[in-house]
Design a protein around this ligand. Sequence first.
Ligand code: 1GP
Length: 227
Amino acid sequence: MYEIQDWQHIFKLDPAKEISDSDLERICESGTDAIIIGGTDNVTLENVLDIMSRVRRYPVPCVLEISNLESAIPGFDHYLIPSVLNSDNVHFHNGMLHEAIKQMGHMMDYDLFSMEGYIVLNPDSKVAQLTDSKTDLDKEDIVAYAEMIEHLYRLKAMYIEYSGTYGEVHMVKAAKDKLINTRLIYGGGIDSLQKAQEMFNVADTIVVGNVIYTDIESALQTVKVRG
Ligand code: 1GP
């Protein structure tokens, strides 16, 4: 249940954004496989704790995608650690993780953590700007990252992140074609069942974020991709 391998559809909630109790209930009871709590800006201990305790009212798995050390708190079913492989800044490859293990390694249950090999592709996204990601990649670049993640890093997941914009299907497919054991997660700009289906035809898991806050009905429609 808490394993990435089992997830087809995920809703990602941004702790810095407001969501009503009734919308949250609909999201948590939608039949999605998991709720990821994660964001780029203004992610604090207080807002992560708040959204975690609200999601906890429902039986859906609740997972933290770690954005900073301050907000990495106990109580989640699982923890995802993004390693942004196309960032020019080593902090976003393993620097934050190194610091986390120095501070908290003695009490970490490593079975609860999975690393994601992140490739950030929307140059205008906050995450690309924060992480100094090199986003002008072509198909060969993506294929090389997929092979690196699958065969050398051997990570459970490769995450193609177009946060805020709908991505290029052929880029996602190029990565997927190289993956065997590593799961391909796609996120970015899914705001309809049609886009959800198109990306789900290529990726193993789709992540739906922003549309939760702009058009909850369309967000809920996307869960229909689940088999
Ligand atoms: C963001 O990949 C997720 O980290 C989802 O993207 O917010 O654009 O849906 P959107």
